[in-house]
Design a protein around this ligand. Structure first.
Ligand SMILES: *Cc1c(COP(=O)(O)O)cnc(C)c1O
Length: 217
């Protein structure tokens, strides 16, 4: 298992203009440093506690992405430093991020998580709810939050047609939404098992863990 080699392999397998976020959840700081020393700077975690600890331990020029389900009472811990929050899935959470961003004199970039998978367990807004958010007065008042795009996860299945359909439905929706909201630029879709399909569908940010760091136990 060589992290730098894996990273290079993944990097070469995706077009240059696509952002690669290395998902380092459950991996030690030593292992993350192997990727850092190979020049990588974008890392993602799905737990606030783990993210905060690694932020303390690791070099400060790392761009930390929060990709997990985020509870409102934990936003304050990551608000001072988080680079991009991928999984925003409620108006309550948007308001809390805005509040904590304001306290820290920051504007925090976020992606709205859109529910495209079949599994009921995956979080996220429907397309309709997403449109309603952009049109709401409540949302327009949030000055310290910048929605820069959307994030989606496909169903965990071997059926490539289904994954293809889900990613394409999000990409199509994103195209329409973009014509109405000039801040939108990023569509985060694709993980180790399905990123080639996500890229083919139009993803410009992939979140890859096990293909870089090996299986999680
Ligand atoms: C864990 C995780 C990933 C990465 O998964 P791999 O299969 O290890 O590439 C991507 N996105 C989210 C939201 C995750 O929780």
């Amino acid at each position: 298992m060589n992290v730098a080699e894996n990273l290079q392999k993944v990097r070469l397998s995706i077009p240059e203009n696509i952002k690669l976020v290395a998902v380092s959840k459950t991996k030690s700081s030593e292992i993350i440093l192997e990727a850092y020393n190979a020049g990588h700077r974008d890392f993602a975690e799905n737990r606030v506690q783990e993210l905060s600890e690694k932020y303390e331990q690791l070099p400060k020029d790392i761009r930390w992405h929060m990709i997990g389900h985020l509870q409102t009472n934990k936003v304050k811990h990551i608000a001072p430093f988080v680079h991009l929050i991928h999984g925003v899935d409620s108006m309550k959470l948007l308001k809390e991020i805005n509040k904590r961003a304001t306290q820290n004199n920051r504007i925090i970039d976020c992606l709205l998580q859109i529910h495209i998978a079949q599994e009921a367990t995956k979080f996220g807004f429907s397309f309709k709810e997403t449109e309603a958010i952009f049109q709401s007065e409540e949302f327009k008042e949030l000055q310290n939050i910048n929605i820069v795009g959307l994030m989606g996860m496909a169903t965990n299945t071997n059926d490539e047609n289904q994954i293809h359909t889900e990613f394409h439905s999000l990409a199509d929706f994103f195209k329409i939404l973009k014509t109405q909201n000039s801040n939108l630029q990023t569509i985060s879709m694709g993980m180790s098992s399905d990123y080639p399909i996500a890229i083919e569908a139009g993803s410009d940010m992939v979140r890859i863990g096990s293909a870089i760091f090996g299986k999680r136990h």
